[in-house]
Design a binder for this molecule. Structure first.
Ligand SMILES: C[S@@+](CC[C@H](N)C(=O)[O-])C[C@H]1O[C@@H](n2cnc3c(N)ncnc32)[C@H](O)[C@@H]1O
Length: 320
């Protein structure tokens, strides 16, 4: 497995975000070892409906998904960007293998522990599966997606990971993806759909405190890796949802006026009482937004797979 260096980039991005007005931190840094563990707790809580929806889609529609993926007898490289623990993907992997199609699974994740655990699990649970895990930023690694002798690739981007990006960032992400795709390749994207505000807010303002812990863990990571002195008790998690735009945003709010020292950056950051640090966007979509996104980025929708409640859609795209 290959590892790319993100440590200095972390310092640079933390400095940039905490010096900005308004302050922000990049959500890609959530996933250190502890952050990846907390995210698994989030995925497994009943309020985080996204996991159940995508599980339901894969369990009930894996045959149709397979038919769309395997239109010809050619094998394929199945690349997954931000694979996490692969909980839902394993349903597809097992089904595909049972259909005796030739493919290799190539998960990419920025979290070392996520990829190591996933590859170990797969070797034990699905020993016949060909797997090549890679650790690093998918923006970097997607430039060198290999197809390992296969004539085509299918790229998975699940869990509404795309919702973490602004409309402009999503288009630039999809442009980069298109640049490494050929006409016969496809991308399968999970989108969380707009729904009643309270359902969305419950998923992020969860009663177990996992989402708060997940956000606060990034301050802990700055403490550990950049030698800072954030007191986590002086910050609280806040989630806001705009039902018109469909944008949910996570913030950490300073409970008091305070100074935080980041020693390795030789920088003191001042926080006002009540000042917010923007942590993560979780965009919710309607079909018009998804159609527009596909169109603007030069893709065409092959087929949409919805869960029964129409909370979520997995959308299969090819280049237009
Ligand atoms: C929202 S989770 C989704 C996990 C999985 N796809 C799922 O649906 O359960 C996001 C995953 O993407 C990974 N990730 C986030 N930003 C990344 C980046 N820039 N490069 C590679 N992996 C990234 C995280 O480590 C995490 O495992």
């Amino acid at each position: 497995m290959e590892q790319i260096e993100v440590q200095t980039e972390f310092a640079k991005d933390a400095l940039h975000g905490l010096s900005a007005k308004p302050k922000y931190l990049s959500s890609k840094y959530f996933y250190d070892d502890r952050g990846s563990q907390i995210f698994q707790d989030i995925m497994r809580m009943p309020e985080y409906y996204l996991t159940d929806c995508e599980l339901e889609i894969f369990q009930t529609q894996k045959r149709s998904i397979f038919e769309e993926f395997v239109k010809s007898s050619d094998g394929f490289e199945l690349v997954e960007l931000g694979a996490g623990d692969g909980l839902k993907t394993k349903i597809l992997l097992t089904h595909f293998l049972n259909q005796q199609v030739d493919f290799r699974y190539a998960p990419i994740d920025i979290s070392r522990v996520a990829i190591e655990n996933l590859v170990n699990d797969l070797n034990k649970q699905i020993p016949d599966l060909k797997v090549k895990g890679r650790i690093g930023d998918y923006f970097e690694l997607m430039k060198e997606i290999e197809i390992n002798g296969y004539s085509r690739k299918i790229i998975l981007f699940l869990g509404s990971n795309i919702g973490n990006y602004s409309p402009e960032e999503s288009i630039s992400f999809l442009d980069n993806l298109k640049a490494v795709m050929q006409n016969q390749d496809m991308v399968f994207i999970g989108f969380d759909l707009k729904k009643e505000s309270h359902i969305i807010l419950n998923a992020y303002n969860d009663p177990h405190g996992h989402t708060a812990a997940f956000n606060l863990n990034l301050l802990q990571r700055i403490n550990t890796e950049l030698d800072a002195n954030f007191d986590l008790n002086n910050f609280s998690h806040k989630e806001l949802y705009n039902s018109d735009s469909g944008t949910a945003k996570s913030y950490l709010m300073s409970k008091i006026a305070q100074e935080v020292n980041i020693q390795s950056l030789d920088k003191t950051i001042h926080f006002e009482d009540g000042e917010k640090v923007f942590m993560e966007r979780s965009q919710k979509y309607d079909l018009e937004m998804i159609n527009k996104l596909a169109e603007k980025s030069g893709f065409e929708i092959v087929r949409n797979f919805f869960d029964q409640r129409q909370y979520f859609v997995n959308s299969l795209w090819k280049i237009k």
